[in-house]
Design a protein around this ligand. Structure first.
Ligand SMILES: [Zn+2]
Length: 277
């Protein structure tokens, strides 16, 4: 947020404070029993371990509700025609959260709630979720694995966390693995090879981006070597496709990204392309 504010980009956007997601919006992606389990897991002080990599402290539940709520309201804003594109500057991320399993820092699947919100609208019959985080979006795949109206394309570092849903063969689930050490040229070639034909064939009415920036060269968790220019390239590609197929309707939400300097650079570059349209 410091970078978006200091870059001047904020003057070209409408800044909307996040509001907490409603129960009915959460239940579009997760069963009530799981939501209750997460609610019950928040400690009064200290930390509780929800699973191997995922902890909650006081305030975690509100943060997760705001993150999911930002996605739902950004989607509603685009559906209403008030805005054409939106970026959700949120944490915690969401794409590892499965139907009934918190995982990998994710409590609720933000992008899935956004996609489900869009699919409630009478004019939205097909959507696409494009995920360029360094980690595979196992949670998003879990939620939409039997729903062919939702195209899910995920690029990720091969043989890397979370080691789930990698052999999935449904046509609407496009897995794009990249060997450790891959640079932007390999990423671009594979996105053009795998994602573009899938998008042209799916013809989504609305496109979502799970925008993780942990495939950046400087990220401490991943071993891919993308640079700001690669994120500009992929964002430009997606905005152009949204303009051609989806009346420009696009919501991007933050996923991973753990080198704060690289994260700020990448978010600024990504949001600049979203502003340019
Ligand atoms: Zn990640």
């Amino acid at each position: 947020m410091e970078r978006i504010n200091s870059s001047g980009l904020i003057h070209d956007m409408e800044e909307v404070p996040a509001t907490e997601v409603s129960e009915s919006q959460l239940e579009l992606a997760h069963p009530a029993s799981f939501i209750q389990e997460i609610v019950n897991s928040e400690p009064e002080d200290g930390l509780t371990k929800v699973e191997a990599d995922t902890f909650m402290s006081p305030g975690s539940l509100r943060a997760a509700r705001l993150a999911a709520g930002a996605n739902a309201s950004a989607t509603e804003s685009v559906l209403s025609g008030k805005n054409q594109r939106a970026f959700c500057a949120i944490r915690p991320p969401g794409h590892h959260a499965e139907i009934a399993q918190a995982m990998g820092f994710c409590l609720f699947n933000n992008v899935a709630i956004a996609a489900e919100t869009a699919l409630q609208h009478k004019d939205i019959n097909r959507v696409a979720i494009l995920d360029f985080d360094v980690h595979h979006c196992n949670g998003t795949v879990d939620i939409f694995k039997d729903r062919d109206e939702v195209l899910v394309c995920s690029s990720f570092q091969e043989d890397f966390y979370p080691y789930r849903y990698l052999e999935f063969t449904n046509e609407h689930i496009i897995n794009t693995p990249l060997a450790a050490g891959s640079t932007g040229s390999a990423f671009r070639k594979k996105v053009e090879r795998d994602w573009v034909p899938a998008l042209l064939s799916h013809k989504p009415d609305f496109i979502f981006i799970s925008a993780g920036f942990d495939a950046h060269r400087d990220d401490p968790l991943g071993q891919l070597s993308l640079l700001e220019e690669d994120y500009i390239w992929v964002t430009r590609l997606i905005v152009d496709i949204a303009n051609d197929l989806s009346r420009g309707q696009l919501v991007s939400t933050l996923e991973g990204g753990y080198d704060l300097a690289a994260l700020a650079n990448c978010v600024e570059a990504h949001v600049q392309v979203l502003v340019d349209g």
